[in-house]
Design a protein around this ligand. Structure first.
Ligand SMILES: NC(=O)c1ccc[n+]([C@@H]2O[C@H](COP(=O)([O-])OP(=O)(O)OC[C@H]3O[C@@H](n4cnc5c(N)ncnc54)[C@H](OP(=O)(O)O)[C@@H]3O)[C@@H](O)[C@H]2O)c1
Length: 284
């Protein structure tokens, strides 16, 4: 095969991937900011029909205007993912508008930034667990009968912090381990229903999450402790996630250190601890 044939083949494969996701009905949480917003823009360009949700209605409506300008069909349904009734309403809205659901992307999330021995407000642990673990479980439960009908897909934006411990993020890391354990279990339960479960594990990404991270008293930090010029943008992250979603892959880890860390954890776990400590100390 010559270079021209190869490039034709790549173009055909890309086109068929686009076709496979075109017109899919996608519920996307955490769409008002960061990675979710970037994913919405990518999915709109691929012709997905979107139900976008988060708590900030104004941000969602402004995004909807951008998505519609790209030619996408969009519904805005605000809600708090940690509230079961809100999750049921989001699913009902998707069905009322589009009649079925193909993909649920559980992206909404929050974090903390404090050592456990400096945590004075233990509600932080509850909040992080509710949003990062229970929220995806609630929404998925409400959507599950419809995903069975469509033989659809559940996507979860987890984190490399769901694969290994991270200092100053103990509660966050716990919530991401929880969500990964939950959906890895669900994948096995749902195998006969032909529902794909795709776990996406980003490393540091430039977004609002670092400024909004809760400190030891449960207040947002207000400014990002990250070296922002050295981490991937939300748009780059979304572009990396897209093929994994389109091809219904099992798992994506976005960084080399994250992928390497899987092996280090087995054979030299103290090394992955050092990498995690250094990443937090250096902010990238
Ligand atoms: N950025 C990173 O470095 C990084 C790394 C690994 C994994 N992740 C994961 O990526 C996902 C997206 O994070 P991001 O970095 O894009 O953060 P972000 O910019 O702070 O966006 C978080 C989104 O989640 C929504 N959200 C938060 N709490 C919610 C709630 N209770 N109910 C409904 N929506 C809620 C927010 O919208 P409202 O405030 O309008 O509700 C916002 O749209 C999260 O699951 C995060 O853990 C991020």
């Amino acid at each position: 095969m010559n270079v021209r044939d190869l490039s034709y083949l790549v173009t055909c494969l890309k086109a068929s991937a686009v076709n496979s996701i075109q017109n899919k009905v996608v519920i996307l949480t955490g769409a008002s900011e960061g990675i979710g917003r970037a994913l919405a823009l990518e999915l709109a360009q691929l012709g997905c029909r979107l139900v976008i949700t988060a708590r900030n209605l104004a941000r969602l409506e402004s995004l909807a205007t951008e998505l519609e300008a790209l030619g996408a069909e969009v519904v805005v349904e605000p809600g708090d993912i940690s509230v079961q009734q809100d999750c049921q309403r989001i699913v009902a809205t998707a069905l009322a508008q589009f009649g079925h659901i193909d993909i649920v992307i559980n992206n909404a999330g929050m974090t903390m930034w404090t050592r456990f021995d400096q945590l004075s407000n233990l509600d932080v642990l509850d909040d992080v667990m509710r949003v990062n673990y229970l929220g995806p479980a609630y929404l998925t439960h409400a959507a599950l009968p419809h995903l069975k009908q469509s033989q659809g897909q559940i996507v979860v934006v987890a984190s490399v912090a769901g694969l290994t411990g991270v200092p100053t993020r103990s509660g966050y890391s716990a919530s991401k381990h929880a969500v990964m354990g939950f959906f890895d279990s669900l994948r096995i339960e749902l195998a006969d229903d032909n529902i794909a479960v795709t776990m996406l594990c980003p490393d540091f990404v430039l977004s609002e999450i670092h400024k909004r991270a809760l400190d030891g008293e449960g207040k947002p930090l207000g400014q990002s402790p990250m070296q922002e010029s050295k981490i991937m943008t939300a748009a780059q992250c979304a572009q990396q996630m897209l093929p994994a979603i389109i091809h219904r892959e099992r798992q994506l880890i976005t960084s080399t250190r994250g992928r390497l860390g899987r092996w280090l954890k087995l054979f030299a776990p103290q090394l992955i601890d050092k990498i995690a400590r250094k990443a937090i100390q250096s902010g990238h």
